[in-house]
Write a protein that binds this ligand. Structure first.
Ligand SMILES: C[S@@+](CC[C@H](N)C(=O)[O-])C[C@H]1O[C@@H](n2cnc3c(N)ncnc32)[C@H](O)[C@@H]1O
Length: 295
């Protein structure tokens, strides 16, 4: 396995992650829905009445299936959030051991209280992960966005992404599968939008471009499927916004008016960005190339 170290400042630090996710489990539970999934759902475009919870379950199923996780011995979820994928893996897909990585204390606490002996959550960055045995599959949803921070050059970002894919390559067994979901810059990004997000919402974070992800994975993984579901993120953000509105009194009691307004502004702005194509939402199915050519 590759033991080259990445400088800790290359992506969002644990403090920066906690700045956002540490807003509080009770607060997020008010508007994320029952799965506590904090990433784009998978909507049925023919069903306007579909619920957020149903679309989140569909997203989780999609990734478990793309990662060919059924009856796997061990699966890694990088950026496991509040554990929705880990639970599905062990409860619905017969996985023997599901390992989740997060940088957030409050998420770790939440996953630990789920109480499953088949789930192992770790407060650990992918940069420090060093498993004893190989995984059959890897899933990573909505975490890749945090791996590079604002201000790095394209070359520096690709270097980090390449390191990430090199490590995933080493952790996976022969011809292993990986299902990755990430936001990426789209084709019409307004000036200074990235600064607003990095300053107000996700410190030390820069979004990837599709070309950077591809350069990071080249010769290590083949891309088996790629879909851009940006309208699904617009719909997810609108659904979160509506739930926050429904539970606004409780949200203000928990976090105060200013904080709730900050989230409302962020949810509205992000929905607009996905609507106009300033941001894309990629779901990428990758398969390990066992004998990679040296890049
Ligand atoms: C937007 S949340 C998504 C959570 C979950 N996958 C979901 O779909 O609900 C991002 C997750 O990535 C994690 N994360 C960010 N940077 C990370 C890193 N370097 N190593 C491991 N996890 C990381 C955060 O702690 C958080 O759990």
């Amino acid at each position: 396995m590759n033991d080259k170290k990445i400088k800790p400042e290359s992506g969002a630090s644990a403090d920066a992650i906690e700045f956002h996710y540490g807003t509080g489990n009770d607060y997020f539970a008010l508007w994320l829905g029952e799965s506590m999934a904090y990433s784009c759902a998978l909507w049925n475009s023919d069903d306007e009445s579909q619920s957020l919870d149903d679309a989140q379950r569909a997203k989780i199923r999609y990734h478990c299936e793309q990662a060919r996780a059924k009856d796997a011995q061990s699966v890694l979820d990088i950026g496991c959030g509040w554990g929705g994928v880990l639970q599905a893996l062990v409860n619905d897909y017969g996985v023997t051991r599901a390992v989740g990585l997060t940088l957030s204390d409050s998420q770790l606490e939440w996953v630990n209280q789920l109480g499953s002996t088949k789930i192992e959550a770790r407060l650990e960055s992918w940069k420090d992960h060093d498993p004893d045995v190989q995984y059959d599959s890897i899933i990573s949803i909505g975490a890749f966005e945090h791996f590079a921070k604002l201000g790095l050059s394209e070359k520096e970002k690709v270097k980090i992404y390449r390191e990430f894919f090199t490590r995933c390559h080493g952790w996976l067994g022969a011809r292993g599968w990986m299902s990755l979901q990430t936001v990426a810059y789209g084709n019409s990004l307004p000036k200074d939008f990235d600064q607003f997000i990095a300053k107000e919402i996700f410190p030390e974070t820069d979004t990837p471009r599709l070309v950077e992800i591809a350069a990071g994975a080249e010769y290590l993984f083949e891309v088996v499927a790629l879909r851009n579901d940006r309208d699904d993120y617009r719909r997810t953000l609108r659904a979160w916004f509506s739930r926050l509105k429904e539970n606004r009194v409780q949200a203000v009691e928990l976090k105060g008016e200013e904080e709730v307004q900050r989230f409302e502004q962020y949810l509205r702005l992000m929905a607009y960005m996905f609507e106009v194509g300033g941001l894309d939402l990629h779901r990428i199915t990758l398969r390990k190339i066992d004998k990679p050519k040296v890049a």
